[in-house]
Write a protein that binds this ligand. Structure first.
Ligand SMILES: *Cc1c(COP(=O)(O)O)cnc(C)c1O
Length: 477
């Protein structure tokens, strides 16, 4: 087909409508079958080489296949995160409406780091940030931005912390101008925190680990010890990073204790709430983040416990002015003032230059279902984790790593007479991957191997989890 004709076809509203209806119908059918009766496999696992080879030579100089022709295969061979037996990673089941909003956002493609490029989305993000800082217990001075994921969120917050806490202007002069800064981090921190310490030039060694207790919380004496160790090594600690909650086990650090320690030692308190800040939504589980209002910064992933398609992360600052320090020159009054007057040009404060319309997905979802829906979701997911832990305890042939505080549960199968329990968990997990009926992941804790579930799918029931235990017993033989 000549270029002119293809161009007409590509932008033809009738063609778009027809293809769009076909695509939405296929997705709706997929959703309808996302359950054990409709689809046995959550994870149609294929070896990577075979998978890659099967997608070779499938496009060329001219048209080969319509999207709606490819989609059935894409759906059949992808992981089904909508399936109630998807209980693996923290990457969430997408709220179907949010996926539609994502489509509209991609259709509009308003780059949202600059107001004039994406006015509606910028305004929505402003209102969402206000709502989230309000939930954090902060006043009108608080502010923040949305960015592309928790890893970049931690990086952004640590950049701001470094700039505020350093005595020299390291943004301009480089970290060599002020060597020896340190960041105190939980032993259980997400790898992106240590990576951020390296990326911002402090070095991974500058991330000094704080020991945790049997339930994976930072220990009070661990805080003292880490601070002393950093000072002994000739470093000046500037930041304390606390987990709300940790990735591996979903454990919430005592934020009041962390805040008291940070205040006593003049540290910036950053709360990594990528997974667990959503507890702020739940009247029942809000207590888990008591003390968060004393933090200097917090990150919160809506693509984890808020059902949003990836990526959408809020980086929030108690003192909103600090949000301008991540990518700017210290004490440059003029620039700062200019930047602050331009709150609507998020590029002053984000890694991104072109940014997707991430706020749109969350905003329309909140508008359509209300904040109580999301509160109910968090409460139900956290309740289910506690019910699952009870089930595991009562089963007798399973153990849990620690009592779940969020919706993450780590456990292992204690097959009677099994001499190699670590090998058993790995074998079971591999067989689960291959048979595809459940998606469960794996974690190393206290030098042992555990199975790990994140109950992030609102359609997962205790019955599904009871079936999971049966499946594990069967595969463990
Ligand atoms: C998931 C997670 C991150 C990383 O967030 P991404 O959005 O995956 O980049 C950081 N910290 C914690 C505690 C997490 O659970």
């Amino acid at each position: 087909m000549p270029y002119d004709e293809l161009l007409k076809k590509a932008f033809d509203p009738g063609e778009f409508r027809r293809e769009g209806h076909r695509v939405v119908d296929l997705l709706a059918d997929h959703l309808a079958a996302s359950n054990p009766a409709g689809r046995a496999k959550v994870l149609p696992f294929e070896e990577p080489e075979a998978m890659a080879a099967s997608w070779a030579d499938r496009f060329g100089a001219g048209p080969r296949a319509a999207f709606s022709d490819l989609l059935p295969e894409i759906l059949a061979r992808s992981n089904d995160l909508l399936h109630p037996r998807y209980v693996g990673h923290q990457c969430t089941t997408s709220l179907p409406l949010a996926a539609l909003a994502g489509m509209a956002g991609q259709f509009l493609n308003n780059g949202s780091a600059i107001y004039e490029m994406g006015p509606v989305n910028v305004a929505m993000e402003r209102q969402l940030v206000r709502w989230m800082t309000g939930l954090a217990g902060w006043g009108p001075a608080a502010d923040g931005v949305f960015t592309s994921g928790g890893s970049i969120g931690n990086l952004t917050a640590l950049l701001a912390a470094r700039q505020v806490m350093a005595e020299r202007n390291v943004w301009t002069a480089g970290v060599a101008a002020e060597p020896g800064l340190a960041v105190l981090v939980s032993e259980q921190c997400h790898y992106s925190v240590k990576r951020a310490a390296a990326v911002i030039g402090l070095g991974e060694d500058a991330a000094v680990p704080v020991a945790v207790d049997a339930s994976f919380h930072m220990r009070p004496d661990g805080l003292e010890a880490a601070h002393a160790a950093a000072v002994r090594a000739g470093r000046r600690p500037i930041v304390l990073v606390a987990n709300a909650c940790s990735t591996a086990t979903g454990s919430y650090d005592d934020l009041e204790a962390a805040a008291a320690f940070a205040e006593a030692h003049g540290l910036w308190l950053h709360v990594d709430g990528a997974h667990g800040a959503a507890a702020l939504l739940s009247p029942k589980y809000r207590y888990l983040v008591r003390g968060l209002e004393r933090a200097d910064s917090v990150i919160w992933d809506a693509h984890k416990n808020m059902l949003m398609p990836a990526l959408i992360t809020a980086v929030l600052f108690r003192d909103g002015g600090h949000s301008y320090e991540a990518f700017s020159q210290k004490a440059s009054y003029l620039f700062e003032k200019d930047a602050r007057e331009e709150w609507y040009n998020f590029a002053h404060r984000t890694v991104e230059c072109t940014k997707t319309m991430m706020g749109l997905r969350l905003f329309v979802s909140l508008a359509a279902y209300g904040t109580d829906f999301f509160a109910g979701y968090v409460t139900a997911a956290y309740d289910l984790a506690r019910d699952f832990a009870r089930l595991l305890r009562e089963a007798g042939d399973f153990e849990i790593a620690t009592e779940p505080e969020s919706n993450i549960v780590c456990f292992r199968y204690l097959k009677p007479g099994e001499p190699d329990l670590d090998g058993l968990q790995r074998r079971v997990r591999r067989r689960l991957l291959e048979n595809g009926r459940f998606y469960v992941v794996q974690a190393e804790l206290r030098g042992r191997t555990w199975l790990r579930c994140t109950l992030i799918n609102p359609r997962t029931t205790l019955g599904d989890l009871a079936d999971l235990l049966e499946e594990i017993r069967k595969l463990g033989t």
